[in-house]
Ligand binder design. Structure first.
Ligand code: AMP
Ligand code: GLY
Length: 416
């Protein structure tokens, strides 16, 4: 079977890497891909939201399975378009992907089906939102009701901060037109629980934790994620069972009941609060960078799982015991503005997987081409060993414009 992967980041590189281990997969294409993916797949210059061009490519090249990485492609309706053409594709329809693309849809679904999550109200009027926030305790959690690359959430400590965020979101439409969801503030360690879902069927993956803040000690602005690791020693088997039975399975069932059954990866961004596990957000796709630490631990054939989800049949999942810990190398300035085009040296000397997040080939050289650039994944019998391997290999990569966090995994490793 020939496979097409849509997307161009570290997540897609990890998916391509996992597919390359499948005996069923002959050729892997990736649209548009990046310089690292190009070593394991043939890249095609079609953007992830050019839905019709992607469909025509898949028809022309007799693609047996397409796997969608990014949320933008899902929100653009790539799955609906492929299905209408009779093509097999792994991912949710646009209607099902609303669980990520609309915070209001997700919050209303959770309220209706009693899924534990922070209390909320949605506003489209700036004055109403401001008056509501002014009458409540701080910090205030303000979320833009649409896709904003992980940057549409503001935890405001003061009314001034809240007012500035509400102005950005509702008066200046900084992320586009859309409502704002105001939520209760929750506290506790966060973790990512990704499940393969096909209608009522839910297959859990191993847990991972992402690090959203830019700098060590969880300081600095929110990013798309600066590192991740798996497994998570502070989440018990009982927590995991609760998350599966009281959150992920009921949500899969709710999506069927609402007439938009979910197919693909349902990602629960969960928090272990003093009052139990609560949902922070759902994503309708693999997390990035969680996927890059979770898929290397998968023992089963991923192509078989993708096909089982798309066809609504059973599949077996098995997992390796080893730990993985990955570190993002990001362009200086990220998540704000940054320069691109800096040469990356030493990649050939690295002794562990390096997933490319934002790179491009420039003749024989590989240069930076995004905010998050590389993801180095250490593996070990323990998380401490995996971190040592990751840091050792990060040190072998030379580039004048990259920075990274040195404390990935601190929730598990440094707080005991
Ligand atoms: P989201 O994009 O919804 O995952 O939010 C981004 C980040 O903001 C989360 O990873 C949390 O760290 C934080 N956050 C979101 N919602 C809440 C909440 N209700 N209480 C506390 N922190 C939150
Ligand atoms: N790592 C968070 C996300 O993929 O949204």
């Amino acid at each position: 079977m020939d496979v097409l992967v849509i997307g161009s980041g570290g997540r897609e590189h990890a998916i391509v890497d996992a597919l390359s281990r499948s005996p069923q997969v002959e050729k892997i294409w990736c649209a548009p891909g990046n310089a690292g993916i190009a070593r394991q797949a043939e890249c095609v210059a079609i953007r992830d939201t050019e839905v019709e061009r992607l469909r025509d490519f898949a028809l022309e090249h007799r693609i047996g399975l397409t796997v969608v990485g990014p949320e933008a492609a899902l929100a653009a309706g790539v799955v609906d378009c492929f299905k209408a053409a009779g093509l097999r594709i792994f991912g949710p329809t646009r209607a099902a992907a609303r669980i990520e693309s609309s915070k209001e849809f997700a919050k209303r679904l959770m309220a209706k089906y009693n899924i534990p999550t922070a209390g909320f109200r949605a506003f489209s009027d700036y004055t109403e939102a401001r008056d509501y926030v002014a009458g409540r305790p701080f910090p205030a959690v303000l979320k833009y009701d649409g896709l904003a690359a992980g940057k549409g959430v503001v935890i405001a400590r003061t009314m001034e901060e809240a007012d500035a965020a509400l102005r950005d979101m509702l008066l200046d439409d900084k992320f586009g037109e859309g409502k704002v969801v105001v939520e209760d503030f929750l506290e506790g360690p966060e973790f990512s629980f990704m499940c393969f879902v096909s209608g009522h069927r839910v297959w859990p993956m191993v847990l991972a934790q992402d690090h959203k803040r830019a700098y060590d000690g969880d300081e600095g602005p929110n990013t798309g994620g600066m590192g991740a690791y798996s497994p998570l020693p502070f989440i018990t088997a009982e927590d995991e069972r609760f998350a599966l039975e009281r959150i992920m399975q009921p949500v899969a069932d709710a999506m069927v009941a609402e007439g938009c059954p979910f197919e693909g990866v349902l990602y629960g961004g969960l928090m272990k609060t003093p009052h139990g596990i609560q949902v922070i957000e759902f994503n309708a796709r693999f997390g990035d960078p969680e996927t890059e630490v979770v898929l290397p631990r998968l023992g089963s054939d991923i192509a078989d799982i993708f096909c089982a989800v798309a066809e609504g049949r059973d599949a077996e999942l098995s997992w390796h015991d080893f730990a993985t810990l990955g570190i993002v190398l990001a362009s200086k300035g990220y998540p704000g503005s940054y320069e691109k085009g800096f040469e990356i040296r030493g990649l050939d000397t690295v002794g562990c997987p390096v997933y490319h997040m934002g790179t491009k080939a420039d003749g024989d050289r590989i240069v930076t081409a995004g905010g998050r650039v590389l993801f180095v994944v250490g593996r070990g019998a323990t998380l401490a060993e995996a971190r040592r391997v990751a840091l050792e290999n990060v040190a072998r990569i030379g580039c004048d414009n990259l920075f990274h966090r040195s404390d990935i995994g601190h929730w598990a490793l440094d707080k005991q």
